[in-house]
Design a protein around this ligand. Structure first.
Ligand code: FEO
Length: 397
């Protein structure tokens, strides 16, 4: 399956990467694979929007050449220079070296930085139009959503928004449309994508969506650069993005920890018991960081109103797994969330202060000075953990 009609003369011509399990190096888990979406528009003029990741260049070019004489491509549109979308450009441009590439000013910098080629670049800005005959492409810059070069484009008359990474999901499916896939799987991948990639840019997401809405362009279909195409009620994902971009939280508390000899695990589980006994309606997620996918934990932090982070003390610090996720959390700049900390220790017990300092620096509101338990918790300690959970239930609300 390498070609799908989207509408009229618009064809999806990308690559479904069924086996992908890690993206961005090792940074993003893709449990359900992904797709690299390229779109071919054959009007009086022929335009190609984005390409695929470099390992699939040859396959992509063969597929593309089946659909169009490469020399008949009038315009290449590079909505985003990241390698998963521009990777096949060097191979494509080897065949059509003079064909203009339309991108933002920052797109030229990024594409030159990646490929060191002086292709026939044409800079576009928001509101610029490119005639394909009866229909036009309208360009909309989207800086930092999620790279400086990112942009969208819109096809008039067919009313299609090509949104690149925005509204996308790492989700491989033989059904390329949102109404044909499992809705739980789809939305799970959408929120994971937002939480792990777009969270730091939420203010810009909100602003950009409102700007695009102010253009009053009718949008019948949204074609992202990953995953399925939104043809059934596409406004649903736009509304979700507006919700996610504005201090999103559910009635959920996520407890994350690592443990050496189970002391910190026992503290974690009893804090959870205390929270639940105090508020039966709250959803609790409990994760051992070293045994859980990092991106899944981040998604649950994104959903939570508060988090509780635990680590035993080792060498006056925290376990490296805990340090790693604190670094990840710091980069994502969550807004409007509360936090507390806990941990077991033998003789010095610095871990709690280290966790709280890191979370405060990352923008969390610290609600308490934390719970510290010496050695393995005894019966009295366990009662204290439950009591602490009951207290946290109120403090984290
Ligand atoms: Fe899908 Fe930012 O690349």
């Amino acid at each position: 399956m390498n070609r799908v009609n989207v509408k009229n003369n618009v064809t999806w011509i990308g690559k479904i990467d069924w086996e992908l399990r890690k993206f961005h190096g090792d940074e993003y888990s893709t449990h359900r694979g992904s797709t690299y979406n390229s779109y071919l528009i054959k009007e009086e003029k022929v335009a190609l929007i984005d390409t695929v990741w470099m390992p699939f260049s040859k396959e992509f070019l063969e597929n593309l050449a089946d659909g169009v004489d490469l020399s008949k491509i009038d315009y290449v549109i590079a909505n985003h220079a990241e390698s998963d979308h521009s990777g096949a450009l060097p191979e494509l441009m080897r065949h059509i070296p003079e064909t203009p590439i339309y991108c933002t000013k920052n797109g030229i910098k990024s594409l030159k930085g990646h490929y060191h080629k002086d292709w026939n670049f044409k800079v576009v800005k928001t509101g610029d139009r490119l005639s394909l005959g009866e229909k036009e492409l309208i360009f909309i810059e989207a800086p930092m959503l999620h790279w400086p070069d990112s942009m969208f484009c819109y096809l008039t008359q067919d009313n299609i928004l090509f949104s690149n990474d925005a509204f996308g999901q790492h989700y491989a499916s033989e059904h390329m449309f949102n109404d044909l896939v499992d809705q739980f799987e789809l939305m799970t991948e959408c929120i994971k994508y937002y939480a792990n990639i777009l969270t730091p840019f939420s203010k810009l997401v909100d602003k950009k969506i409102k700007e695009v809405l102010s253009f009053n362009l009718p949008v019948e279909i949204i074609c992202p650069s990953h995953g399925v195409i939104w043809r059934d009620n596409p406004v649903q994902i736009v509304n979700k993005y507006l919700e996610w971009a504005n201090d999103y939280k559910e009635n959920q508390i996520t407890i994350l920890y690592d443990t050496m000899w189970n002391g910190t695990r026992v503290v974690a589980e009893n804090i959870a018991t205390g929270i639940k006994s105090s508020d039966g309606s709250v959803d609790i997620k409990l994760y051992n960081i070293s045994k859980t996918d990092k991106n899944d934990i981040i998604t649950d932090i994104f959903r939570s109103k508060g988090i509780v982070v635990g680590s035993p003390t080792i060498n006056k610090g925290v376990l490296t797994s805990v340090a790693g996720i604190l670094e990840e959390i710091n980069g994502l700049r969550f807004v409007g969330k509360k936090a507390a900390a806990f941990g077991s220790y033998g003789w010095s017990g610095e871990s709690i202060k280290i966790i709280l300092d890191a979370l405060e620096k990352s923008g969390f509101q610290i609600v308490d000075q934390g719970l510290k338990v010496m050695w393995n918790p005894n019966e009295e300690d366990i009662k204290s953990c439950i009591k602490y959970g009951e207290t946290l239930s109120g403090l984290l609300s």
